[in-house]
Design a protein around this ligand. Structure first.
Ligand code: THU
Length: 132
């Protein structure tokens, strides 16, 4: 499938605008392209009970899974900050469950981008096969 990375960055930027971040003020947006061609947006949603916060990447992921989509094609993450934001460890593990080789573009608001893959971000990931 042809991946419109520029379009995905635009969708992630819009999703970032919907982030609920009263505690960190660090808004993150994501856009997850699936095999059907649909794009699932995500944003971080924080909570007064800090451990209940969810990242933009996982919001997009669980939206896609809940819609019945498991064929993940590409993910874009957009945030402010000096460098393209690297997904946290929990998000890496959850993305790896469904798409261990997923290609990603990470971007900041100044237009800096980093192209990477889940293989690069989480080498040696724990997976179902490790349970025998
Ligand atoms: N956050 C994300 O949404 N994605 C990332 O890749 C890094 C961190 C969120 C979690 C929290 O709401 C805020 O950014 C600060 O950690």
């Amino acid at each position: 499938m042809n991946i419109d990375w520029h379009g995905l960055i635009g969708i992630a930027r819009v999703a970032r605008g919907r982030a609920y971040v009263p505690y960190s003020s660090f808004a993150v947006g994501a856009a997850l392209l699936t095999g059907s061609g649909k794009v699932y947006p995500g944003c971080n949603v924080e909570n007064a009970s800090y451990s209940a916060c969810i990242c933009a990447e996982r919001t997009a992921l669980v939206s896609a899974i809940a819609a019945g989509e498991r064929d993940l094609v590409a993910l874009v993450v957009v945030a402010g900050g000096p460098r393209p934001v690297p997904p946290c460890g929990v998000c890496r593990q959850m993305l790896s469950e469904f798409a261990p080789e997923l290609p990603l573009t990470l971007a900041n608001l100044e237009g800096a981008t980093l192209e990477t893959t889940m293989t690069e971000l989480l080498p040696g990931a724990f997976a179902a096969k490790d349970m025998g």
